[in-house]
Design a protein around this ligand. Structure first.
Ligand code: AMP
Length: 282
C-alpha cells in the first residue's frame, strides 16, 4: 500500500491507472480514526475497484466550527493504515492542511439550500467545508466511484447535489450504517463518551428503531413518528436533542408523510459529544 501526501501524487496515481485502461477507480474519503464503519466502505470499494482503491485521511479544518472539536479530533494514523490495508486499500492519501488549502486559498463550494438544513442548521459552514474538500478530492482523484456512509445521510444529499451540479463524473455509492452490537452507530467520536454517556447514547438508535417499527406497523404520519421519537429522548434527559426530523432525502425538506425513501434523522448531544443517527424508511 502506497502512502501519498500531495494532490499531484494522487492525480498521477489515478491518471497512471486510467492510461492502463480497464477497471474502475474508487475513492473513500475519511477523516481517519478508522473503525469498522470505514472498513465496510473500503471493502465495498475493493469489491468494485480491486487494485484501484484510494482512501483519503484528512481532518478537514473548514468543516469544523470555531468551538468544535477540530483540535482534539482523534488522530490515529498508524492504526488507520493497518485497517485500511486489511480492508483492501491500495493507496492512502494523507495531505497536510496546507496541501488542501494552499496559502491564500479563497475558493469554496457552497451547495445552497441543502447546506443550511439538518446538521447545516446547527453547524453553520459545516457543509460548505465538506463540499469544498470533497470537490477537491474528486477533482484530484477523478474516481469512477466514491464511497460514503448512510450514517451521514444529510452529507450524502449535499454531495449528490454537488456532483450533479458540477457535472463531476463520479458516481456516489452509499453504504449501510455499521453499528456496535447494542445498536449504537459507529463513530470516530464515540471514544469521547464516558461509560455513563455511552449508555445514554443508545437513545439515538432507540429512537431510530422505534420509528422503523411504527412505520412497518403502518404509521405514516410525520408528527406521530417524530413525537414518538421525542418521547424516547425525553426518557433520557441527559441527552439534549439537536433535531428529530422526517425529511425528503433529496431536498432535506420536512415531509408530512413517511413514504419509501423518506429520511428519518436525529442529532443529539451526549455530554460534550454531538452524535447523529438515521434510517431510510421502507
Ligand atoms: P468520517 O471519517 O467520519 O468523515 O467518515 C468517513 C466516511 O465514513 C463517511 O462517508 C461516513 O458516512 C462513513 N461512516 C462513518 N461512520 C460510519 C458507520 N458507522 N457506518 C457506515 N459508514 C460510516
Amino acid at each position: 500500500m502506497q502512502i501519498l501526501h500531495t494532490v499531484d501524487e494522487l492525480r498521477a496515481w489515478s491518471r497512471g491507472l486510467r492510461c492502463k485502461g480497464a477497471g474502475m477507480i474508487g475513492l473513500v474519503p475519511t477523516m481517519g480514526a478508522l473503525h469498522e464503519g470505514h472498513a465496510s466502505l473500503i471493502r465495498a470499494a475493493e469489491q468494485q475497484c480491486r487494485g484501484r482503491v484510494a482512501v483519503s485521511i484528512f481532518v478537514n479544518p473548514t468543516q469544523f466550527g470555531p468551538n468544535e472539536d477540530f483540535a482534539r479530533y482523534p488522530r490515529t494514523f498508524g492504526a488507520d493504515c493497518e485497517i485500511a490495508e486489511r480492508a483492501g486499500a491500495n493507496v492512502i492519501f494523507a495531505p497536510g492542511v496546507e496541501e488542501m488549502y494552499p496559502a491564500g486559498a479563497a475558493t469554496f463550494v457552497d451547495v445552497e439550500g441543502l447546506s443550511e438544513r439538518l446538521d447545516g442548521q446547527s453547524r453553520p459552514g459545516h457543509f460548505r467545508g465538506v463540499a469544498t474538500v470533497v470537490a477537491k478530492l474528486l477533482i484530484a482523484a477523478e474516481p469512477d466511484l466514491a464511497f460514503f456512509g448512510q450514517k451521514d445521510a444529510a452529507q450524502v444529499a449535499v454531495l449528490r447535489k454537488l456532483v450533479a451540479d458540477l457535472r463531476l463524473g463520479t458516481r456516489l455509492v452509499v453504504c449501510p450504517i455499521v453499528r456496535e452490537p447494542d445498536g449504537l452507530a459507529m463513530s470516530s467520536r464515540n471514544v469521547y463518551l464516558s461509560a455513563e454517556e455511552r449508555k445514554q447514547a443508545l437513545a439515538l438508535c432507540r429512537a431510530v428503531r422505534c420509528v422503523e417499527q411504527m412505520r412497518s406497523n403502518g404509521q405514516r404520519a410525520a408528527p406521530s413518528l417524530v413525537e414518538a421519537a421525542r418521547k424516547i429522548f425525553a426518557e433520557e434527559p441527559a441527552v439534549r436533542v439537536d433535531y428529530v426530523e422526517l425529511v425528503n432525502w433529496e431536498t432535506l425538506l420536512p415531509t408530512n408523510t413517511a413514504g419509501p425513501g423518506t429520511l428519518f434523522a436525529v442529532a443529539a448531544w451526549v455530554g460534550d459529544t454531538r452524535l447523529i443517527d438515521n434510517t431510510i424508511l421502507k
